[in-house]
Design a protein around this ligand. Sequence first.
Ligand code: SF4
Length: 269
Amino acid sequence: MTAALARAAGDLARDMAGLDLRGRIRLVEDRIPGRLVFTTSLGIEDQALTHALALNKGRTEIVTLDTGRLFPETYDVWAETEAAYGIRIRAYAPERMAEEAFVAAEGINGFRHSVAARQACCGFRKVEPLGRALDGAAAWFTGLRAGQSANRADTPLAEADEGRGLIKVNPLADWSRADVDRFVRENFIPYNALHDRGFPSIGCAPCTRAVKIGEDERAGRWWWEQESKKECGLHLHAPEGDVAPGQEAAAFEEPANAATSREHRRELV
Ligand code: SF4
């Protein structure tokens, strides 16, 4: 099972390499039977993927993890995306009892007390709901890119997720941030307004800040922790090599004109 999964993932990665984004998605949908799930964080990479999935009108489910601590701008782009493409993004929320127990024990912002407390918060707000979102899935689409951080430098187009028994598909793995920005701009894709305010990577509001010019894209996530600890448990990769400061720095390109984008999208759907 494990060897077969790894072989299937390797074959998929090889065959995806020469295709454009929509072609990569189509290949996965054609080749992998069973439930396919895309978990979007509503960040700019994921918006590019949502756009391609929506236009393909394929069979991949689009879901999100509503941690309860997201920025208002994230809820805004969520609603805007559903309206623009005529889709519903299914939300998975934390279990109420786990949330109440954590807040009672640690306080409302108790995730700042320690790495363990932060990981516990990410555990019940993200990891456990992710498990439910992926229940029975054969493949899991993500918007991960190799250039996002040192922790993600070895991200392939497709890989075996042995723990979950599925193939994890990262169709943007070999895209740069500039590629993503260009794709979003050229296709008039709605995106989170925070990206224009110095937030290249957007997670929960209390755990995300804007980055400075030259900082790593994910420097604004859990900025009070060491770099090697900065993953929420959804995408665990062993750190491998270093990304030099500024190597994949945030690209603050001209924002797409929002009004023009909305007009254009109306013609697409
Ligand atoms: S990012 Fe912060 S608020 Fe969100 S789940 Fe993790 S620790 Fe909790």
